[in-house]
Design a protein around this ligand. Structure first.
Ligand code: G4P
Length: 532
C-alpha cells in the first residue's frame, strides 16, 4: 500500500465515545447513528426495557437484566466516505473506571444531555475525564420532542456546572412541549420537525429560509418573532464559533434534537464529521507517534472475558494509533517482551463479530488474549519498542472477603477471579498468612460486586459468599525491606498484598492513614499503584 493510500484511509477515520447520565438517550442516539450509517436497517427504536427489546449495543445478559450498560461496546460503520468507530460507555457511575479506559481510546466525545434534566451527576464526572484528556466534546441535547428547560438555561448550566463555553449550532423552536423544529445557524434556515414514523427509519425534514412567509405562518407570528429575537441575542451576546477552541476542548458545539424521533440526528452527524479531525499523534516514551506513520502501533485499553458465552474466550481491545494492521501480522508485545501473532482480529457489530483483514490508525480491533495482555500494554511493529502512556488504575473504595461456597469449585473460582481482575473490573488482594484461602476484592463502584457475583456464577459456574468489609481507603506502601510484623498500623487497619506481592494497607478512615504515616516515616503511602 502506498503512503498516499494509507494517509487517505487514516484521514477518513473518526473515533469517538458517547457519554451521558443514564437515560439521557445515549443508546438511542448510538442506534440512530448506526441507522443513518446503514449499519442497521430498522432501528429497534424506543428500546423498551419493559417490553424486553434491547439496543444493538447491549451485550451482556446482565446489562439486559439490570437495564444499564455495564461494559462499553465498540461499533464501526461507514457514512459519506468516513469510517466511524463509536465507543459506547457505561453510564452508571459504578463503572466509571471502564468508561475512563474507554475514553483513552477515543479522539473526541459526544455528550448526550436530557433537555428536561440538564447536566446530571454522571455527566459531570464523565465530562471531567474528557476534559482531562483535552479532547473535543460535542453536546447533543436530547428529547426535544418533550417539554424541557429553556435552551438559554441549558447553555448557562453547561457553562456554570461544567465550566465550558458553548456554541449552539442550531436553536430549538418550541421547548415547552410544542417542539416545531430548529433554526440551523450556519445555514440560516429553519428545519421543521415531523414525527412521521416514530424514528424507525431515516427522516427527511422540511427545510427553508428563516424569512420564508410559509414558516411565519406555520410557526405563528408570536413564535416566529420570539425565534428572531433569540437568534439576534445569540449572535450578539453568545460566544463566537471558533474551531480551534472546539478542537482543544474549550468550546462545545451544541446540537438540539430528538434521538427517538431521529430529528436532528443526521445534521448532527454531518456537522460532527466535518468539525472533528482524524486520529492525532499520541504520546509515547519516545515522544509523539505520527498516526500516518507506516509502522503499526496501538495499545490495549480493555480486556473482557466471555463476551460471547458460546465462545468462552477472552478479547483484548486494541486501539490502533499508527499505521496499518493486517490480519495474521506478527507484532512486538512490548511489556511482555514477546512477539505475538494476531491471527483472529475481530471487529464488532453488537452480537456479531467479523474477522478483520485490515485496520488502520483510529480503528479498534478485538484480539484473542490467551492471558498474556494487560490493560495499557503496547503492541507495535517488530523493530520498535515504543510504549504508550499507561492507563491509571483507580483506587478501589469498597472491599469484600470472598470465597467459593463449594470448595470443590475452587479452581473455577480462582480462574474466574483472576480473569475478571485482568479485565480491570476488580482488584484482588491476599492476606499473606492466609494465602488464597481467603481473597479480598476491591472495587471502585459497589455495583461491581453484584456483577462479580453474577459473572462468577453465570460464566464460571461458581456460587460465592461475599462479606463486605468496612475499609474505604487503600494505600500502596513503598519502602525498602517492608516487614508486616514490624510495620506500625492502627487496630482498624489491614495489611494485605496485591497481585504483584506489593504491600497494601486498607483503612477505614483518614485518621488512621495519618497515624500510620507518623509511625512509619520511612514508608511512602500511595493511592495509585505504581505497577504498569
Ligand atoms: P441511555 O442509553 O442514555 O441510558 O438512554 P436510552 O437511549 O436507553 O434512553 C432512555 C430512555 O429515553 C428510553 O426510554 C428512550 O426511549 C428514551 N428516549 C431516548 N431519546 C429520546 C427522545 O429523543 N425523546 C424521548 N421522548 N425519549 C427518548 P425507556 O424508558 O427505556 O423506554 P420506553 O419506556 O420509552 O420505551
Amino acid at each position: 500500500m502506498t503512503q498516499q493510500d494509507l494517509s487517505k484511509q487514516i484521514k477518513r477515520r473518526r473515533t469517538f465515545a458517547i457519554i451521558s447520565h443514564p437515560d439521557a438517550g445515549k443508546t438511542t442516539l448510538t442506534e440512530k447513528l448506526l441507522l443513518y450509517g446503514g449499519a442497521i436497517r430498522l432501528a429497534g427504536s424506543v428500546k423498551s426495557r419493559r417490553s424486553q427489546k434491547h439496543a444493538v449495543s447491549d451485550w451482556m445478559e446482565i446489562e439486559k437484566q439490570r437495564g444499564i450498560s455495564v461494559t462499553s461496546s465498540v461499533l464501526q460503520f461507514e457514512y459519506n466516505g468516513y469510517c466511524i468507530n463509536i465507543l459506547d460507555t457505561p453510564g452508571h457511575q459504578d463503572f466509571s473506571e471502564d468508561t475512563y479506559r474507554t475514553l483513552m481510546a477515543a479522539d473526541s466525545a459526544v455528550m448526550v444531555i436530557d433537555c428536561a434534566k440538564g447536566v446530571e451527576e454522571q455527566t459531570k464526572k464523565l465530562f471531567h475525564v474528557c476534559k482531562m484528556r483535552g479532547i473535543p466534546i460535542f453536546t447533543f441535547i436530547n428529547k426535544l420532542d418533550r417539554a424541557g428547560k429553556s435552551p438559554f438555561e441549558l447553555m448557562e448550566e453547561i457553562e456554570k456546572v461544567l465550566g465550558i463555553k458553548s456554541y449552539p449550532m442550531n436553536w430549538p423552536i418550541g421547548t415547552d412541549g410544542d417542539f416545531k423544529g430548529v433554526y440551523n445557524r450556519s445555514k440560516s434556515q429553519i428545519e421543521l420537525f415531523s414525527d412521521g414514523n416514530h424514528g424507525q427509519s431515516v427522516v427527511s425534514s422540511i427545510v427553508g429560509d428563516v424569512g420564508d412567509v410559509a414558516f411565519k405562518e406555520h410557526l405563528g407570528e408570536q413564535q416566529h418573532q420570539q425565534l428572531m429575537e433569540e437568534i439576534e441575542l445569540l449572535d450578539m451576546a453568545g460566544d463566537e464559533f471558533n474551531l480551534n477552541k472546539i478542537l482543544n476542548g474549550q468550546l462545545t458545539p451544541i446540537f438540539f434534537g430528538s434521538a427517538m424521533t431521529n430529528f436532528g440526528v443526521q445534521p448532527f452527524l454531518e456537522s460532527f464529521l466535518s468539525l472533528t479531525t482524524p486520529p492525532a499523534g499520541r504520546t509515547s516514551n519516545i515522544g509523539e507517534i505520527d498516526p500516518l506513520s507506516n509502522e503499526f502501533s496501538g495499545f490495549i485499553f480493555k480486556i473482557q472475558a466471555n463476551m460471547n458465552p458460546t465462545h468462552r474466550d477472552r478479547i483484548a481491545f486494541l486501539r490502533i494509533c499508527s499505521g496499518k494492521f493486517d490480519k495474521g501480522m506478527t507484532v512486538n508485545h512490548v511489556q511482555g517482551n514477546k512477539k505475538v501473532r494476531l491471527s483472529q482480529p475481530q471487529q464488532f457489530m453488537a452480537q456479531d463479530r467479523v474477522i478483520v483483514e485490515e485496520a488502520y490508525a483510529g480503528d479498534i480491533i478485538g484480539i484473542h488474549d490467551p492471558g498474556i495482555f494487560r490493560i495499557g500494554d503496547t503492541l507495535c511493529h517488530l523493530q520498535d519498542k515504543i510504549m504508550y502512556e499507561g492507563i491509571p488504575v483507580f483506587a478501589p473504595e469498597h472491599f469484600a472477603k470472598i470465597y467459593a461456597k463449594n470448595s470443590l469449585k475452587r479452581k473455577h473460582f480462582l480462574k474466574g477471579i483472576s480473569q475478571i481482575a485482568e479485565e480491570g473490573a476488580i482488584q484482588v488482594f491476599k492476606r499473606p498468612q492466609l494465602g488464597v484461602e481467603e481473597l479480598i476484592v476491591g472495587v471502585v463502584g459497589a455495583l461491581q460486586f453484584e456483577v462479580l457475583e453474577y459473572r462468577l456464577n453465570n460464566e464460571y459456574g461458581v456460587e460465592v459468599v461475599m462479606n463486605q468489609l468496612p475499609y474505604k481507603y487503600i494505600r500502596w506502601v513503598e519502602m525498602e525491606n517492608f516487614d508486616a510484623d514490624s510495620f506500625g498500623v492502627t487496630m482498624d487497619t489491614l495489611i494485605v498484598e496485591d497481585e504483584d506481592q506489593q504491600p497494601v494497607l486498607l483503612f477505614q478512615n483518614e485518621w488512621s492513614i495519618d497515624r500510620v504515616k507518623e509511625r512509619n516515616p520511612k514508608a511512602v503511602l500511595k493511592d495509585i499503584s505504581s505497577r504498569r
